[in-house]
Design a protein around this ligand. Structure first.
Ligand code: GUN
Ligand code: FE
Length: 452
């Protein structure tokens, strides 16, 4: 249902700040003609009765069956890798890249290969409640442009990057930019193409995307930093993901990933750094100071990182954090799974995992997050890092949302009635799956999540 210009009366749950979950039962949310929340009336507000009567009298009122949540913001998706979701996760990162990932990504020189995969991915992510996605494409400008077109057509909010990688030692001849100039030209072309896409009213934006420091020459990193500044374009890359990747940068530069990126002008407000598992305290201070943040990909980290991201420490130091699936480093496209994995991994960091050690020496106390905090990171947290007005229900925010029907056929969540506010949220987040998501909107318009 088109929601622009309508008023919705129902239960809304959001997490506008870390540690704050609001369950708004029988609230009225008014959406303007541009898909932006114009006003909200809590059940207890003096204005509520008149606002509901007005909406009903003018035929604008809609009372959905179910519960509304903000759409998820997935901060880290490798679109081409959807084709290998769940595969070869027993390999170390460097072998997985060389043996599986680079050969697969090379095939996206063929638009005929790219089109059905990108279309299925965007549809599947929308069907899973992801209304904003931050994508790595490939080194191919046409295929990456096609991904942006599909996002516009299906109405998924997105940031899309053409991957830049030219280092002859790390990147195979069959899959690398021939030199820094070619990578910069391709990136510049993608930025222009995305900004000029017909029908793109700001829904889809370009991103400067050095794959990660090991894959890029100094000339390319410097050029991309200058390009990001000149184009006013945000940046995404990987940072200190695994022991191998972290060490590789230290050996090459004598400095950490974060310091190297900063030196090349690639740490800017809104820069999305995937993983960041081995950030030092100094690195965290650097990120907090410049407004760059982390895409925390807990499920992927379980396979490739060799360590758990110290999420609590990063948050305490003022680093912005959101969640990512890291398709296909993580084997699930679901942000519900990403949120669950963020909670579970934080608990393992807190308690520690080596049973032969005494309990008081096993872990890092104070590391846990709860499911409400994971929900914040998966919605408003990610949106805040990107500077997008989504992720919470409030006047001025674009209406990007999903409707959860706990009674949907094939669904996996059961409500018994009488749940407290925290129990209601936890039951939905731990239990719901795709069958329970019965509608998805971006900017008040229904997103096209048809699959097949
Ligand atoms: N580091 C560089 N490229 C990649 C990638 O495709 N996936 C992951 N997880 N890490 C990377
Ligand atoms: Fe990644």
């Amino acid at each position: 249902m088109e929601l622009r210009g309508r008023s919705i009366l129902g239960t809304f749950i959001h997490a506008p700040a870390l540690g704050e979950v609001a369950v708004l039962r029988e609230a009225l949310v008014e959406i303007d003609g541009h898909g932006v929340v114009a006003a909200m009336h809590a059940r207890s507000a003096l204005s509520w009765r008149d606002a509901v009567d007005d909406a009903a009298a003018s035929g604008r009122l809609w009372r959905p069956d179910g519960i509304l949540l903000p759409g998820f913001v997935d901060l880290h998706v490798h679109a081409p890798q959807y084709r290998q979701l769940g595969q070869a996760l027993d390999l170390p990162l460097q072998d997985w890249l060389q043996r599986y990932t680079f050969p697969l990504e090379a095939r996206y020189s063929d638009l005929g290969h790219a089109a059905p995969i990108y279309d299925a991915l965007v549809g599947d992510l929308l069907a899973g409640g992801t209304t904003t996605a931050v994508y790595h494409g490939t080194i191919h400008t046409p295929a990456t442009r096609l991904l942006a077109e599909i996002c516009v057509a299906r109405r998924q909010r997105a940031l899309v990057g053409r991957v830049a990688m030219d280092h002859p030692e790390l990147c195979p001849p069959s899959y690398r930019d021939p030199d820094a100039a070619a990578a910069l030209d391709g990136t510049r072309a993608l930025i222009a193409a995305v900004r000029a896409l017909p029908g793109n009213d700001g829904l889809v934006r370009p991103l400067v995307t050095p794959r990660f420091v090991p894959a890029c020459t100094d000339a390319l990193l410097a050029g991309l930093g200058a390009l990001a500044r000149d184009e006013g374009c945000a940046v995404q890359t990987h940072c200190s993901e695994s022991d191998w990747a972290h060490r590789h940068v230290l050996d090459r530069f004598g400095r950490s990933d974060a310091q190297v990126l900063d030196g090349f002008g690639l740490l800017t407000p809104g820069t999305v750094l995937a993983h960041g598992n081995f950030l030092s305290d100094g690195d965290m201070a650097l990120l907090a100071g410049c407004g760059a943040g982390i895409a925390h990909c807990a499920l992927s980290n379980a396979y490739f990182a060799g360590a758990v991201f110290p999420l609590r420490a990063a948050l305490a130091r003022g680093v912005r954090v959101g969640l990512g699936t890291d398709i296909a480093g993580g084997p699930s496209a679901s942000m519900f799974e990403a949120a669950r994995a963020a909670v579970a991994s934080s608990r393992m960091l807190e308690t520690g995992v080596e049973p032969a050690l005494p309990a008081d020496r096993r872990g890092r106390p104070g590391s846990r997050i709860g499911i409400g905090e994971a929900f914040h990171l998966a919605t408003a947290g990610g949106a805040d890092l990107l500077g997008l007005p989504v992720g919470r229900f409030a006047p001025g925010q674009a209406f990007d949302a999903m409707l959860i029907d706990p009674a949907a056929p094939g669904g996996t969540v059961r409500l018994w009635g009488g749940e407290s506010d925290p129990d209601l949220l936890a039951t939905l987040l731990y239990g719901a799956s795709r069958a329970n998501i019965v509608s998805v909107w971006t900017g008040g318009c229904p997103a096209d999540r048809r699959v097949g």
